[in-house]
Design a protein around this ligand. Sequence first.
Ligand code: NAP
Length: 229
Amino acid sequence: MRDLAGKVVMVSGAARGIGRAVAERLLAAGCQVSAGVRDVSRAPQGSAGFAYDATRQGSAQGWVDETVARFGRVDALVNAAGINPRASLLEGPDDAFQDLWSVNAMGPIHVIRAAWPHLVGGGEGRVINISSLSGKRVRNDNLGYAMSKFAVMALTQEVRRLGWDHGIRATALCPGFVDTDMTAHVTKWPRDKMSRPEDLALIAEMLLRLSSTASVAELLVNCRHEDTL
Ligand SMILES: NC(=O)c1ccc[n+]([C@@H]2O[C@H](COP(=O)([O-])OP(=O)(O)OC[C@H]3O[C@@H](n4cnc5c(N)ncnc54)[C@H](OP(=O)(O)O)[C@@H]3O)[C@@H](O)[C@H]2O)c1
């Protein structure tokens, strides 16, 4: 098991929901957390908050540069920022498909690319991409969201392929419903039967603690039974 004390972990979407819970859990575990947030005043207490907006060109590079200037290195990334506007096959709107691609798929790509030299340099970099069960099967009409999360599955495989010999290990963490703002509109499943952000944070900590010889490629988290998952 790896000691997380002092590890520098960049967490996007750290102002709310899963990203915030992960950041708080990692702080409690002794990590130095670089919180990538759109409003730095909302970074979790104890973290270093830096401006990060997935839709702004150069934002990921700026966040990485500021993190390295502050801490001297990057040991791990948790890509948690995400959106889920409805983008259906027959009705669109096409703008929503574009937004989903930009934030959910290109966002993590830009952060990983900018942090890559530092992850390689450290010799045992870690990447956790918060994907979704929507990255594993299509079960509702938000095709745009599912496509963006399928893309995150491919991205995670590529990080593993390209990074393995550099000691980099990557995991796609795939929850179903989690009780956050993102599921505020969900009425078909009770909130008290959704996964908790704290559960995902516990899993993220565990993934970061695992040694390089016990790497988890995908981890699916169900709050309800599904025949195929
Ligand atoms: N909740 C679920 O049921 C569920 C299930 C499976 C997967 N996921 C995935 O888990 C991740 C976290 O979701 P969540 O449930 O924690 O959602 P959430 O509570 O809605 O939080 C989303 C986070 O993403 C940030 N964000 C949104 N657009 C951004 C942008 N353009 N640039 C940078 N940050 C941006 C938000 O920042 P602001 O606070 O500034 O808006 C917020 O911190 C997402 O990738 C989501 O797809 C969620």
